[in-house]
Ligand binder design. Structure first.
Ligand code: SAM
Length: 255
């Protein structure tokens, strides 16, 4: 497949490189993003390669279909959505990730989020799980791209870094062997930084923040530029999206 990658300068040299593909094939780490100064960010590849857990399922309870899982990895979220009968598509630039997602019965496409995608402007929810706000190393550009993908009033659900961080970095993927990817841009974004970035444009309305088992999340609704009737409908939908078992989540704020 020929990929048009747009803003993502060289994805074929990043997440499609051997250390990540090997980890996805075996379902095992260790795997890290390594900054130039040697600092290591562990990647939770074992968890990504299992079924959706309780925290994932509570997140998925909030989704409004159809759902686009950007950077779906080995596909636990897409597989869970498919099992629920929710229309969903995973996209990823790693062939190993797409193959594993398809193996779980989840529809998946080998494609960058910055390339042309099916259903642009019609997705009900875009998911950026497991730190995928980092994709492309430019959260503002990624938010702008997500706004293009969502239907007016659609939801972005993003997993944020569990600390107040806002950094752009150059990283390589490294594993247990000497093999490593080429360097590529990444970003680490905590909830406050995500909300600041979203507030810089007129596109977004934050609707919820929560945390569970050390993981942090934020939900933002794309603006419809709408009438009060649409806003009332939107408020009703938001309230219906609250988790069925709120005690499973530690809700930081519903705004
Ligand atoms: C931090 S991992 C997240 C894994 C994943 N969410 C899961 O459930 O296993 C980042 C994922 O994003 C993918 N990715 C990186 N850049 C991408 C891009 N431009 N478009 C789509 N996916 C991308 C990587 O291949 C990788 O699978």
């Amino acid at each position: 497949m020929t990929l048009a990658h747009g803003l993502d300068p060289a994805p074929h040299r990043s997440w499609s490189a051997d250390p990540y593909a090997d980890a996805l094939r075996t379902g095992r780490g260790p795997l890290y993003l390594r900054r130039g100064d040697g600092w290591l960010l562990p990647l939770d590849v074992e968890r990504w390669c299992t079924r959706a857990d309780a925290v994932d399922r509570a997140l998925l309870d909030r989704c409004e279909g159809p759902v686009l899982d950007v950077g779906c990895g080995p596909g636990r979220m897409v597989a869970e959505l498919a099992a629920r009968g929710v229309p969903a598509l995973g996209i990823d630039i790693s062939a190993a990730a797409v193959a594993r997602t398809a193996g779980l019965g989840g529809p998946a496409l080998l494609r960058s989020v910055f390339a042309p995608l099916p259903g642009e402007g019609r997705w009900g929810t875009v998911l950026l799980a497991d730190g995928n706000l980092g994709i492309g190393g430019d959260p503002a550009a990624l938010l702008a791209r997500v706004a293009q993908l969502l239907t007016p009033g659609g939801l972005l659900i993003a997993e944020t870094a569990p600390l107040d961080v806002d950094e752009r970095v150059s990283v390589r993927i490294v594993g247990p062997t000497a093999a490593q990817s080429a360097p590529f841009p990444w970003a680490r974004v905590g909830t406050p930084a995500l909300l600041r970035a979203a507030a810089r444009t007129a596109h977004w309305r934050p609707i919820a923040q929560w945390s569970a088992e050390g993981r942090c999340f934020a939900a933002l609704r794309s603006r419809t530029g709408s009438s009060s009737a649409e806003q009332a409908k939107s408020a009703a939908v938001i309230s219906s999206q609250r988790p069925r078992n709120p005690s499973a989540d530690s809700v930081v704020a519903d705004v």
